[in-house]
Ligand binder design. Structure first.
Ligand SMILES: [Ca+2]
Ligand SMILES: [Ca+2]
Ligand SMILES: [Ca+2]
Length: 678
């Protein structure tokens, strides 16, 4: 039987939601981008640990306080607190600046405030905190880059940039290559073109040292300039008074071309992973700038293969962190590569409200979420970055909104550069992942629309929190709590259909069926309803998407599994939503030879070396034989229970089975251990 193929794994493709279909217009030229006001300068409260010897006292509007009454208050406070409190100047607002002879921590400040507030004319006392300007880039389009800010869906980059902008790190972008852009001036280190296949490369030759993106248009699609967009998110020239900003503006981008017309081949991508991380690729000159982090905003169908995992593990062993897009399937990323590979950081996408984007893949393989855009209009709800305005071949440089997990991953790759730049010694990829995961959870928890049932990572990455852990300012936050155990499978009865089953995309609904000895013609059938549920059947162990005794994998819900001579025991019948499905019926049936089954035994130790064993079972014919240690021990009317009493000194095992009388139609063995040592 040929299984229907639900995936096409021939070529891996870039993971941007097709901009033309979803986000219009695709690209705006620099002059056509709406002009926006510059952002105001943000302020920051003093950290809790900051000591202060300056306070501002605010008095009520119609205050009766005079210089003399104020001075009396300060003198009283000095006496009460044991240090000098004196009035300094009066501010333009009428408030009074005061100084203390010693610097006060938070608790001591509170004591001071209590003393000063004893003057009924005082309405507020606050520390005169030193306000620092946050780094706010002056790039003209920066105000539209919500994805870098501290809103619901942003990465909180501004305070991180006050600590580091990624200097000293290299971020490899394995993508469609790069286009000339003023935003890349001084931002790049020499990359490479790994596309060996000439029709895919579309630059007239195979591998060479030129990662220039000539365009990946074909009959159906305009050029995507995908690599240009991704690279701009990581490291567009920032604070240059023009265009957009990047997450790690002082990091260097290593542009590596692996995707061309119709995508790219795994063989090229794996070589590029090796080379970018400082490994050797035959026929390619060594990479002088091994990357701290590789961004892979690409993917294809199928679970991670050995070839992929081997290349990734080797790069990780060289200290390179690998960030990958979770995928735009809207379903489980488990069947996508490289999202399902081990040793990567898989990134789902959220929109500006901090809620999982509908297109974003999810699932247990996803580690963190990052802004990837809503995938819908208005365009400004998506990710603004560098672009080329040519429809086929390269045109003028510009900027465009794109959506996708392709756009989410480079936010994380940029933060990895910030982490490594802020860290005194390089963090291992495992440490980097832990910092990202735990700070994301500590700074907001699961994104909207995500849960243990619909996992999309621990939270939205927080650049500032990650950097503060990386440079040792803050300890690593606690791990997110573990997932609660799934509810037990629901017991099926022979010949009784279950109806109205619904299952979310990527989720499981779990049933189990006890099949007795002697049963034959086991049939499990699902039918009816809407959507595409898939049945996974496995005896004795829970099925997974890769381990099962039967998985019809049909489109829709009409699926059957048939076993003419099934082994006895527990059969697990799970239904998984390939896409969301509802109204499914499940019918289990087998021909039951009526052997005893569901046998169980418990031992109770009594005084005097006596042991009482209680044997129970279900099913079976009117008369049964009880076997003990292989011999008929008792023959009796079937009462579904039997009590055995014996007196044996010491420890041992007693094994029972129950058979229909005079036949070999038996339950399985059941053993019980006894201990009568006194
Ligand atoms: Ca080439
Ligand atoms: Ca810029
Ligand atoms: Ca199906």
């Amino acid at each position: 039987m040929i299984r229907p193929q639900k995936h096409n794994a021939l070529k891996l493709t870039a993971l941007a939601i097709a901009a033309a279909a979803i986000v219009a217009p695709v690209a705006w030229s620099g002059s056509r981008v709406p002009i926006v006001d510059k952002t105001s300068v943000a302020t920051r409260a003093a950290s809790q640990e900051e000591l202060s010897d300056r306070f501002i006292v605010t008095y009520a509007g119609n205050t009766r306080s005079t210089a003399a009454t104020r001075q009396a208050t300060f003198a009283n406070a000095s006496t009460a607190l044991g240090y000098n409190v004196r009035g300094a100047r009066v501010l333009s607002t009428g408030a009074q600046l005061i100084r203390t002879s010693t610097k006060l921590d938070l608790a001591a400040s509170k004591q001071l405030m209590i003393e000063i507030m004893k003057d009924p004319n005082v309405i507020a006392v606050e520390a005169d905190v030193r306000v620092k300007r946050l780094f706010v880039p002056n790039d003209t389009l920066y105000a539209q880059q919500w994805h870098y800010k501290n809103g619901a869906g942003g990465i909180n980059a501004e305070p991180a940039w006050d600590i580091t902008k990624g200097a000293g790190t290299v971020v490899a972008v394995l993508d469609t290559g790069i286009t000339p852009h003023t935003e890349f001036a001084g931002q790049l280190v020499p990359g490479y073109d790994f596309i060996a296949d000439i029709p895919t490369a579309a630059d007239g030759d195979g591998r060479d040292a030129d990662p220039n993106d000539p365009g990946d248009y074909d009959y159906y699609y305009d050029s995507s300039w995908h690599g240009t967009h991704v690279a701009g998110t990581i490291g567009a020239k920032t604070d240059n008074g023009a265009g957009t900003a990047g997450v790690a503006p002082d990091a260097k981008i290593l542009p590596v071309r692996v995707l061309g017309v119709g995508g790219g081949y795994t063989s090229d991508i794996l070589d590029a992973i090796t080379w970018s991380s400082g490994g050797t690729v035959a026929g390619v000159p060594a990479n002088a700038n091994p990357a701290e982090v590789i961004n892979l905003s690409l993917g294809g169908g199928g679970a991670c293969s050995t070839a992929w995992q081997t290349a990734i593990d080797a790069a990780v062993a060289r200290g390179t962190t690998i960030v990958v897009a979770a995928g735009n399937s809207g379903g489980d990323a488990q069947n996508l590569t490289p999202a399902s590979c081990n040793n990567v950081i898989a990134v789902s996408a959220v929109g500006p409200t901090g809620t999982k984007a509908s297109y974003s893949s999810y699932g247990p393989v996803v580690d963190v979420a990052a802004p990837g855009g809503s995938g819908f209009n208005p365009a400004a709800d998506n990710i603004l970055s560098t672009y080329n305005l040519g429809l086929t071949t390269q045109g003028a440089e510009g900027y465009a909104w794109n959506a996708g997990t392709s756009m989410a991953a480079p936010h994380v790759a940029g933060i990895v550069a910030l982490i490594q730049s802020a860290s005194a010694t390089p963090k291992t990829p495992a440490q980097v992942k832990k910092i990202l995961e735990n700070t994301a959870y500590a700074n907001g928890g699961f994104p909207g629309g995500c849960s243990y049932a619909v996992p999309c990572g621990t939270g939205i990455v927080d650049a500032h929190a990650a950097v503060l852990v990386a440079n040792g300012t803050n300890p690593l936050p606690a791990d997110p709590p573990p997932a609660p155990p799934p509810p037990p499978a629901i017991e099926l009865q022979n010949g009784v259909a279950v109806t109205g089953i619904s299952v979310a995309s990527g989720a499981w609904v779990r049933y189990q069926l006890e099949v007795p000895n002697g049963a034959s013609h086991l049939l499990l059938a699902t039918y009816g309803g809407t959507g595409d549920g898939d049945m996974y059947v496995r005896r004795a162990s829970e099925p997974t998407t890769s381990l099962y005794d039967c998985r019809p994998f049909r489109f829709g819900n009409d699926e059957t599994c048939f076993f003419p001579a099934p082994q006895s025991g527990t059969w697990y019948v799970y239904i998984r939503g390939f896409s969301a499905a509802a109204g499914i019926s499940l019918y289990p049936s087998f021909v039951d030879a009526n052997y005893p089954y569901k046998q169980a035994a418990t031992a109770e130790q009594l005084a005097n070396h006596r042991t009482k064993v209680t044997l129970t079972w279900q099913h079976g014919k009117k008369q049964v034989d009880i076997y003990r240690n292989g011999l008929i021990y008792n023959s009796r009317r079937n009462a579904y229970t039997f009590t055995d009493n014996f007196r044996i000194v010491g420890t041992g095992t007693m094994t029972y089975k129950i058979c229909n009388q005079g036949t070999a139609e038996c339950s399985n063995d059941v053993s019980v251990t006894y201990t009568s040592a006194k």
